[in-house]
Ligand binder design. Sequence first.
Ligand code: FDA
Length: 309
Amino acid sequence: MLRTGLLWLSERPAMSRLLRRNGLARRFAARFVAGDTVESAVEAARQLNRTGITATLDFLGESIAREPEAVQARETYLQLLDRIAREGVQANVSLKLTQLGFDLAADFCVANMTAILDRAKALENFVRIDMESSAYTQRTLDLFLSLFDRYGRHCGVVIQSCLRRSEADVERLIALGARVRLCKGAYLEPPEIAFPAKSDVDRNYVRLMERLLARGNYPALATHDVAIIERAKRFAAEQGIAPSRFEFQMLYGVRRDLQAALRRQGYNVRVYVPFGTQWYPYLMRRLAERPANIAFILGNLLREAAHRS
Ligand code: FDA
């Protein structure tokens, strides 16, 4: 119920306006967000690189309503790709199609996407298209597939194990040799198209993960679920799949201990580093994943109040 409420709130712009002005909310967001600027994201990536961990940098923003916002997002990604190359940072980028104008006009979004992919290709880098709610799944995959011949080595997509359709999507992407990030799915979805029980989402994750490990092209296993991570390690070892053939991915500020431990064990680890001022929906999805984080916020609030009094 709490998860549903938080995800519902994540889509309320009025709440976003209110919370983004709130000092405490901003400070809490800082736990999950590297900062407001490109510089802060690049610096976070540099710090991760020092421990052997790579990054994927995400300029926060989604469901934009006006073209100039999409243009700003495109320009920020171009700048980001240039900075990564110039400074030799081990990082690629992640973006959302609705941030590039997907809801305004498909052609406009494709033009923005193509500009970013041309730059990524020229710089030998990689762009991951995040997956948004199920309203966008088919359109996102269609757009990805339309760009695949031209940019396949430089572009990848995301599949969510919560969706019933994902097994068929994974098979199709494996057959193409496309790069897939597998996650559980962060959006509120109706039971007709998504598994309502978490145990089914987890079971499907394992099924899809094993298919991707066995036959996929450098899959990215995006999860903090320790049981699933252990299963991946065991499966790879049993099947003779070298650790260099896949990577684990986790979110900035979540389970840093686990990120470091996996790296020490010789696995590739990439951390998703969001930055920018539009952190509200991202933060709400993180709270929905772990409502204990709310207790953490309230605890901090009380401690600060006690210090002040
Ligand atoms: P699960 O939710 O079962 O959590 C497992 C354990 O991890 C929890 O017990 C807790 O300890 C810890 N944990 C998880 N989330 C936490 C949090 N926010 N704070 C603190 N601890 C937490 N989704 C999507 O729909 N589209 C996308 O494109 C992406 N992209 C993406 C990239 C990367 C790199 C990651 C790691 C995740 C995504 N996601 C995503 C989000 C994903 O779908 C999912 O919502 C979260 O990863 C949480 O699910 P877990 O797999 O971690 O498992």
